[in-house]
Design a binder for this molecule. Sequence first.
Ligand SMILES: C[S@@+](CC[C@H](N)C(=O)[O-])C[C@H]1O[C@@H](n2cnc3c(N)ncnc32)[C@H](O)[C@@H]1O
Length: 373
Amino acid sequence: MTHARPRYLESKRSVDARSRAPRVRDRLLAELPADPEILEAGCGTGVTVPQLLSWDIDAGQYRGIDTDERIVSFARRVRPAALRWAGHDVTTTSATEQSTSESAGADTDFAVADLAVTFETGDALDALESNAGVDLVVAQSFADLVPLPRFVSAIESALRPGGFAYLPLTFDGGTIFQPDHPADEAVERAKERGFTVKNGDGTKADVLEAAGADHAKVVVAATPDDDVNLLVAQLARTNFGVDEVVGRANQPANLEAFRDLDVQSISAGHAVAAAMDNQIERPGITQWMTEADREGDVQEVEVTKRDLDGDTVAELADRLPEGCIVAMVGRDGNHTVPDGDFRLQRGDHLTIIGEDRDSVHEALRQVHPDVTL
Ligand SMILES: C[S@@+](CC[C@H](N)C(=O)[O-])C[C@H]1O[C@@H](n2cnc3c(N)ncnc32)[C@H](O)[C@@H]1O
């Protein structure tokens, strides 16, 4: 079943919008050129076009392909009218509407601002295979409808080197909406904040694997049940070989069990005591660190850049963005508040503090070019 019914496709839009991962969208938008060439496979009623516009992609070329002739004609008819109604500057060239645009070419159904839009009837895999140099392939609620190996190689042949494929909302055969689960709200909140969330029992190896434990840098087990946290920590270490595992010890008596597993543990009781101590002894930085919408950041990063080896902190400071400082250097388990003459070594851990998050991220890249943010 392809779900190619206009009413269904139009009505699922708000649900789709809530389901997309903001983190993926942000990465995509940061990398796309200002006037991308976009090809959409299985475009349906063309709902991606208003989505692109809401992301400020209003220049370039969009070509949507769908096998269903009826649905393509719906897209051609309804989409420009709906966009115009929503206040967009739409010019059309199709036979049914008067052309008012010079910029819209002969094959263009319509143009919104500087984005030329075409909807075509056809097989999207054929279209991908006969194209090259595309900046972005979009296929929403589509990848499960076609043979995946052919689809993946068709995408590869259509994209320019470094191009992007955005394939949101692919049905995995296992999505369950009912019955309600007590964690539903927490999962939804986390997704809205840009996290990828899997709902499942974290003490099961297959659930951890599905969540990406086999390539995780850090695994944190933070449930209110120490048995669960110990089991997750053990699986992360032994089954998945994760280097950094952090567990919440709800009962101080269990701290030793975490230590035996070589797992860093945070005792819930100690954490509250430390938070209270911070609030009393260093209220300024504590408040700043816990503000949800704070602009600045504090991050620790390992020095991996070869040409920093032997440089002084003052020399590094000259290369860091304005408003960022090296507050601490960790070496062999010791921590130093460095002056400008302190000489850095590869493997040092620098704590960088800065007034805005982007500058801190830029500073981290100066020190550790492959850092994952
Ligand atoms: C579930 S709908 C999704 C439509 C749209 N992407 C959306 O999210 O609203 C899948 C669409 O893919 C189209 N389709 C299925 N196989 C196709 C193919 N090989 N080439 C082009 N379109 C195809 C169907 O006609 C249908 O419109």
